[in-house]
Write a protein that binds this ligand. Structure first.
Ligand SMILES: Nc1ncnc2c1ncn2[C@@H]1O[C@H](COP(=O)(O)OP(=O)(O)OP(=O)(O)O)[C@@H](O)[C@H]1O
Ligand SMILES: [Mg+2]
Length: 663
C-alpha cells in the first residue's frame, strides 16, 4: 500500500516537472529549428542568387563571344568591300569595326578573368585575333597604297588561310566551354530552386508545428493553472475540515475529561462506600466469629466445668460415675482444643507437619468418624482410586479438611442425601488447574446432592468468615482454612456447584514418590509406636508455671523424672548440673527466647540431646525449618499423645506429624 503511494507520488512529481519544463524545451527546440531554417533559407537563396549570377555571366560571355565573332566577320566583309571599292570610308569603317572587335575581345577577356577553364581559350583567341588582325591590316595597307591586285590576291589567300578557321574554331571553343558551364549552372540554379522550395515547405511545416506547440503550451498552462486552482481549493477545504475536526476533538476531549472527573468522583465515592461496607462486613464477621466462638466455648466449658463438678462430688462415693463425668469433661475440653486449632489453621499460624500419606488409607481410617459426624440419613460411599499414590501433607489437617467438607455437605443436604468421597489419579499439564506445575496429582473429591450454591455464594466461599449459616452454626472459616491448607501443600482446590443439584469439591495434591528413608520408616512405624522407654530424666522448659506443673505431673505419671526450668536462659546451667538428662522438652514461644533459639545457643556437647517441642501457637516467630530433626507435639495433648511423642523423640525417630494431638 505504502509502496504504491510512493510510486504515485513519484509519478505526480514527474508529471508536474514535465508540465513545467515541456513548454520551455519545446520553445527552445522550435526557436532552434526556426533559426536553422532561416539560416538554410538564406544560404539556399544565396546559392540560388550565385547560380543565377553565374548563369547570367555565361550568357553574357556567350553573347560577347557571338558579338565578337559577328564583328570580326563584319570587319572582314568590310575589308573585302574596301579592297574592291577602294573607298577610304569603307577602309575607316573596317578599322573601326576591327577596333570594336578588339574591344569586344577585351571585354570577353575581362568577363572570363575568373573562369579558369576559359583562360587558355581566350589567350589563344587573342593570339589568333592579333595574328588575323596583322594579316588584315597588311591587306588594308596594300589597298590604301593602291596595290589593289596584290591586296585582292592577299585577301583571297587570307580568306582561305588557317587563321580565320582557327579564330572561328577558338570562338566556338569558347562558346562550347561556356555552354557546358551554362548547363552545369542551370542545374545548380534548378537545385538551388528546389532547395529553396524545400526550405519553404519545411518552414510552413515548422510554422504549423509551432502553431500546434503554441496551442499545446497554452493547453498545458491552462491545465496547470486549473490544477493549481483545484489544489488550492482542496487545501482550503482540508484546512477547513482540520479546523472542524480540531474543534470536535477539543469539544469531545473536554466532554471526556468532564466524564473522567465525574468517574473519578464516583469511583472515590464508591471506594469509600466499599471501604465502609468492608469495614461493616469485617465488624459483622468479627461479631459473628466472636459470638460463635464464645457460644461454642461456653458450651464446651459448661460441659467441662459441669463434668468436673459432678466428678468431684461423686469421687468418694461413686468413683465409677465420677469417671464417667470426667470423660464428659475431657470430651468438652477436646472439642475446645479442636476449635482453637481451627482458628490457628485459619490464621495459617500453625506450622504444617507434613508426612507421606496414603490418601486411601487415610479415608478408610476416617470412615467411622464421617459416619458419626453426618448422621444416619445420609448415604456415604467411598471410591478409593489413588492406587498407592502418596501425598505429602499434614495428616491431621487433611483429615480436618475432609471432615469440614463432609460437614458442609451434610448442612447442604439438610441431613438427607448422598455423599461420595473419592480419590483418584490425575496427570496435569502446567497451569491446567490454577498455577499447578505439570506433574502427577492425587485428587480427592467430595460430592453431595444438596442445595448447591448460587454464583454469588460460589464466588465468595473461600473468603474467611463468609457463611450463609445462622450465628452459632457456622463461622465461615471452614473453606478458607481448607484453601489455605491446600495452597500450603502446593495443591489446588476447585468447586463445581449447581443450585438445586449439588456440589462437588475437588482437591488436587502433588503426588509424593517415597524416599528410601520414608519407605523404611513406614514399615516399622507400628512397632515404634509401641516402644516403651525406661524412666528418663527430662528437662522441662516452660515459662507458664501452671502448664509447667501440669507437664511435670504428666511426665511423672508416665514414669519419667522431670526437672523444671521456668526460663530458657536457665536451661544450659541445669543441663550442666544434671549430666543424666536424657531429653529436653521445651515450649516454643517464651519470653526473651523461643525454644528453637534456646537449643541453638546451647553448648555443642549438649545439642545432641533429643528434643521434644510443645507448641500451642507458633505465630510468626517460628519457621517450620526450626523444628527440622526434632519431634513436635501440639498443645493441648493427651497423656497418650505425650507418651508417643516422648517415645518417638527418645527413639531418634524424627517423624513429624506422628505426634497425635488431642481431639
Ligand atoms: N457442599 C456445599 N453445598 C452448598 N453450599 C456450601 C457447601 N459448602 C459450603 N457451602 C457454602 O459456603 C459457605 C462457607 O462455607 P465454610 O465451610 O467456609 O463455612 P461454614 O460452613 O458456613 O462455617 P464453618 O465451616 O466454619 O462451620 C457456607 O456457609 C455455605 O453457604
Ligand atoms: Mg463449613
Amino acid at each position: 500500500m505504502a509502496e504504491r503511494e510512493v510510486i504515485d507520488e513519484q509519478d505526480r512529481g514527474w508529471r508536474a516537472a514535465a508540465r513545467r519544463y515541456m513548454p520551455l524545451v519545446l520553445g527552445i527546440l522550435l526557436i532552434g529549428s526556426l533559426g536553422a531554417l532561416l539560416y538554410s533559407a538564406s544560404s539556399a537563396s544565396r546559392d540560388h542568387q550565385r547560380a543565377l549570377a553565374e548563369q547570367q555571366r555565361s550568357w553574357e560571355i556567350m553573347a560577347l563571344a557571338r558579338a565578337f565573332e559577328a564583328k570580326t566577320a563584319r570587319a572582314e566583309v568590310t575589308l573585302a568591300r574596301y579592297v574592291i571599292s577602294l573607298d577610304p570610308d569603307t577602309g575607316r569603317l573596317f578599322q573601326d569595326q576591327w577596333r570594336t572587335a578588339a574591344s569586344q575581345l577585351k571585354s570577353l577577356t575581362y568577363a572570363t578573368r575568373k573562369s579558369d577553364w576559359q583562360r587558355g581559350n581566350v589567350r589563344a583567341l587573342q593570339a589568333a585575333f592579333e595574328q588575323r588582325g596583322k594579316t588584315l591590316s597588311e591587306i588594308g595597307l596594300r589597298t590604301t597604297y593602291d596595290q589593289k591586285m596584290g591586296a585582292l590576291a592577299q585577301f583571297h589567300q587570307a580568306g582561305r588561310s588557317q587563321d580565320i578557321k582557327r579564330l572561328t574554331a577558338l570562338i566556338d571553343l569558347v562558346i562550347q566551354a561556356e555552354n557546358a558551364r551554362l548547363r552545369e549552372r542551370s542545374l545548380a540554379v534548378s537545385l538551388a530552386g528546389d532547395r529553396t522550395e524545400l526550405v519553404g515547405k519545411t518552414s510552413r511545416m515548422v510554422g504549423l508545428a509551432l502553431l500546434v506547440c503554441v496551442l499545446f503550451a497554452l493547453w498545458l498552462v491552462n491545465a496547470a493553472y486549473t490544477e493549481r486552482r483545484n489544489a488550492r481549493r482542496m487545501a482550503e477545504m482540508e484546512a477547513e475540515r482540520a479546523d472542524r475536526l480540531e474543534e470536535a476533538v477539543s469539544a469531545r476531549t473536554s466532554e471526556l475529561s468532564d466524564a473522567y472527573e465525574q468517574l473519578k468522583r464516583e469511583s472515590a465515592e464508591r471506594a469509600a462506600a466499599e471501604d465502609n461496607l468492608r469495614q461493616m462486613q469485617k465488624m459483622d464477621a468479627v461479631g459473628q466469629l466472636t459470638g460463635g466462638i464464645a457460644h461454642d466455648f461456653n458450651n464446651m466449658l459448661a460441659v467441662v466445668v459441669g463434668g468436673l463438678e459432678l466428678a468431684k462430688r461423686k469421687l468418694r462415693l461413686k468413683p465409677a460415675e465420677a469417671g464417667h463425668h470426667l470423660d464428659n469433661a475431657m470430651e468438652g475440653a477436646n472439642r475446645a482444643a479442636a476449635l482453637t486449632r481451627r482458628l490457628l489453621a485459619f490464621a495459617r499460624s500453625e506450622p504444617l507437619l507434613p508426612n507421606a500419606v496414603d490418601p486411601d488409607s487415610l479415608l478408610r481410617g476416617m470412615a467411622d468418624l464421617v459416619d458419626r459426624t453426618i448422621g444416619d440419613q445420609i448415604i456415604v460411599s467411598f471410591a478409593h482410586k489413588a492406587s498407592g499414590w502418596r501425598i505429602f501433607v499434614d495428616q491431621h489437617q487433611m483429615e480436618n479438611a475432609l471432615l469440614n467438607l463432609c460437614v458442609n455437605a451434610r448442612d447442604a443436604m439438610e441431613g438427607r442425601g448422598k455423599l461420595t468421597i473419592s480419590t483418584g489419579q490425575a496427570q496435569l499439564a502446567a497451569n491446567q488447574i490454577g498455577e499447578c506445575p505439570a506433574g502427577d496429582y492425587v485428587t480427592v473429591c467430595v460430592t453431595d446432592n444438596g442445595c448447591g450454591m448460587t454464583a454469588e455464594v460460589a464466588a465468595r466461599v473461600f473468603e474467611p468468615f463468609f457463611t450463609t449459616k445462622p450465628v452459632g452454626k457456622g463461622t465461615g472459616l471452614g473453606l478458607s482454612q481448607i484453601f489455605g491448607f491446600v495452597r500450603q501443600s502446593q495443591g489446588e482446590i476447585r468447586i463445581e456447584s449447581e443450585l438445586g443439584t449439588g456440589t462437588s469439591v475437588h482437591i488436587y495434591l502433588p503426588r509424593r514418590i517415597l524416599t528410601e528413608q520414608e519407605a523404611a520408616a513406614e514399615a516399622p512405624a507400628s512397632e515404634q509406636l509401641h516402644t516403651l522407654h525406661p524412666p528418663t530424666r527430662i528437662l522441662v522448659v516452660e515459662d507458664d508455671p501452671r502448664v509447667l506443673n501440669q507437664t511435670m505431673a504428666a511426665l511423672a505419671e508416665l514414669g519419667h523424672l522431670p526437672i523444671a526450668c521456668d526460663h530458657p536462659s536457665k536451661a544450659a546451667k541445669l543441663l550442666s548440673n544434671n549430666a543424666d538428662i536424657g531429653l529436653i522438652m521445651s515450649d516454643v514461644l517464651m519470653p526473651d527466647m523461643t525454644g528453637p533459639e534456646m537449643i541453638r545457643t546451647l553448648p555443642a556437647h549438649m545439642r545432641h540431646l533429643p528434643v521434644l517441642f510443645v507448641t500451642g501457637f507458633t505465630g510468626d516467630a517460628t519457621d517450620s525449618d526450626d523444628f527440622r530433626g526434632h519431634e513436635v507435639l501440639r498443645k493441648p495433648y493427651t497423656l497418650n499423645a505425650l507418651g508417643l511423642a516422648l517415645s518417638n523423640a527418645l527413639s531418634g525417630s524424627n517423624h513429624p506429624g506422628t505426634a497425635a494431638a488431642a481431639e
